[in-house]
Design a protein around this ligand. Structure first.
Ligand code: ZN
Length: 275
């Protein structure tokens, strides 16, 4: 396995522009890229997509859509409209999928949030079919259940995707969010057997993090059994790219060229000798 089996999310090297991400990821030998929307502001997405293809990088996903929940019906409608725009942007960019952070509204019951998420995704299905862009539901760690996502386990995500039951709606599995689940291996299998295992995000979980959102670890810095989970992914038949997605004030403050080399080294040392 070479670095060609790995992609990098632009948020991982947040100080860089999209052009710097494309150039440096390709030069380092990574196989792909997932593009965060903030890097597209003021740019023509079709031209950005061509630049990515010309650099030899696979475009995995546009990140991100979602945030479907709100107490006010007008706000929920606006969120659906915004997600339609995200799907069109993904289609113009040439991204095969959009990652969804589904949303949660403080004061609503988890089940109310989940019902609104289901309604939001179902409202998008005509646009999904028209564009051919897949939706990948990303379950988040339960520490984000109050205000970021009511979908807080791979079990929840599998259940939601099964309820929606659409061939273009699947799941993005991020080790940071689901590593703790006691039945993770079964849930990965279940997801893959249903044809819904769209994406695979990697980083690490540092138990003594200083910030719940922006202190994620580089692979090897934390407690996630990365190799074991990777074995489960391979056994389930996942053959897409492993996407490095790290939010970290600490790493963003470092020289991003040195950091990218550390990421490459971590990918090699943790996953390389496996095959
Ligand atoms: Zn992720």
């Amino acid at each position: 396995m070479s670095l060609e089996k790995f992609a990098v999310h632009t948020i991982t090297t947040k100080p860089w522009s999209l052009d710097e991400c494309i150039e440096n990821y390709a030069r380092q030998g990574f196989g792909g890229i997932s593009v965060w929307r903030d890097t597209l502001v003021g740019r023509d997405p079709a031209a950005a997509g061509r630049k990515i293809a010309d650099a030899g990088l696979s475009l995995v996903s546009l990140v991100r859509g979602g945030f479907f929940t709100a107490a006010d019906p007008a706000a929920r409608k606006a969120a659906i409209e915004e997600n339609r725009a995200v799907l069109r942007e993904a289609a113009a960019l040439g991204a095969p999928a959009v990652v969804l952070v589904c949303g949660a509204t403080p004061g609503q019951l988890p089940l109310e949030n989940i019902a609104q998420i289901e309604e939001g995704i179902e409202a998008l299905l005509p646009e999904v079919e028209r564009t051919g862009v897949r939706l990948s539901i990303e379950p988040l760690h339960p520490m984000y259940a109050a205000d970021r996502s009511a979908i807080v386990s791979l079990r929840d995500a599998n259940a939601l995707a099964a309820t929606i039951d659409h061939p273009l709606v699947g799941i993005a599995m991020d080790v940071f969010h689901v590593w703790w689940e006691s039945d993770l291996e079964c849930q990965i299998q279940r997801c893959a057997e249903a044809g819904r295992l769209h994406a695979y995000h990697i980083c690490d979980f540092k138990p003594a993090f200083s910030d719940p959102l922006n202190d994620r670890g580089l692979m090897g810095e934390g407690v996630i059994p990365l190799r074991t989970i990777d074995d489960w992914m391979q056994a389930a038949g996942f053959n897409g790219l492993a996407e490095v997605e790290i939010f970290s004030h600490q790493w963003w403050a470092c020289d991003q060229h040195e950091y990218l080399q550390k990421i490459a080294a971590a990918c090699r040392s943790i996953y390389q000798e496996q095959a």
